[in-house]
Design a protein around this ligand. Structure first.
Ligand code: NAD
Length: 260
């Protein structure tokens, strides 16, 4: 299948490692010109090098609207347009409701909702003007079914799913699709951190926590970042031309609440 991604200009946020990096690699492998960001210049530079030549990499804190806007402008200045934007960020901490402070709630809103909004504001007018665009958000399977110990994710990601659905309806007429991709348990540093935290809380081993997670899936295993990235790459492509306003789980049957 020719995905039509050759020479498309793609931004992937929070891509120095994990899911963002896998998505950036996937898009670059299809011939897209890729621009990545994350906060730490050093790890970002080595991520860019691992993706391939001519990858643009700029340190950006995605919670900062000014920095996001400047980043998007510099991508336009270098590559001429922005065709694809994949929003992403770190995940909020694992806490119970009573452990969670107001500051934690505000930080989670900044990290996972406002960062998405900053990118949407920066890229959508240009996509509308050129009559083609793909805005993709990476959230979590918590949009489909709450995850134990992740009240911040369970709450804030739902707002992103609502934003995606609304934007899809507003921008469809201009050739712009907007979709949300919801990872299930996927092998990254973030997942290792969560497993370590839960293992300490429950006085068990990290491997036991991971086995429990794997047992919840149809294939009885945790995903690789590439398995998530492949879905994002398809949705970013020309071939996903009739797909918008959806929250798509890449969770291997983890969520049980709906038949579709
Ligand atoms: P990760 O922690 O491995 O990587 C996160 C990336 O985000 C890193 O590149 C980090 O530098 C960057 N980042 C964090 N805060 C940032 C900020 N303020 N500005 C710019 N960059 C920032 O996480 P991951 O596993 O790749 O997950 C990516 C997203 O997907 C997270 O929101 C996570 O909660 C969510 N998610 C992950 C899983 C999983 O199993 N891995 C499952 C569901 C949801």
């Amino acid at each position: 299948m020719n995905l039509g991604l050759q020479n498309r200009v793609a931004i992937v946020a929070a891509a120095s490692k994990g899911l963002g990096l896998a998505v950036a690699r996937g898009l670059a492998a299809e011939g897209s010109r890729v621009a990545i960001c994350a906060r730490d210049a050093r790890s970002l530079a080595s991520a860019a090098e691992s993706i391939g030549p001519d990858v643009m990499a700029i340190p950006v804190d995605v919670t900062d609207a000014e920095q996001v806007s400047r980043f998007v402008e510099s991508v336009r200045a270098r590559f001429g347009s922005v065709d694809i934007c994949v929003t992403n960020a770190g995940g909020p901490p694992s806490k119970t409701f009573e452990q969670t402070t107001t500051a934690d709630w505000q930080a989670a809103v900044q990290l996972n909702l406002m960062s998405t909004l900053h990118f949407a504001q920066a890229v959508l007018p240009g996509m509308k003007a050129q009559g083609w665009g793909r805005l993709l958000t990476i959230t979590s399977v918590s949009v489909k079914q709450p995850l134990d110990g992740l009240i911040l994710s369970n709450s804030v990601r739902a707002a992103v799913a609502g934003l995606v659905k609304s934007l899809a309806n507003e921008y469809g007429a201009f050739g712009v699709t907007v979709n949300n991709v919801c990872p299930g348990y996927t092998a990254t540093d973030r997942l290792n951190g969560l497993a370590g935290k839960l293992a300490a809380d429950q006085q068990t081993k990290e491997s036991v926590i991971k086995e429990r997670w794997a047992a919840l899936t149809a294939l009885k295993r945790i995903a690789t970042p590439e398995e998530l990235a492949d879905v994002v790459v398809f949705l970013a492509s020309d071939r996903a031309s009739y797909h918008t306003g959806a929250s798509i789980a890449v969770d291997c049957g983890l969520t049980r609440g709906q038949l579709g």
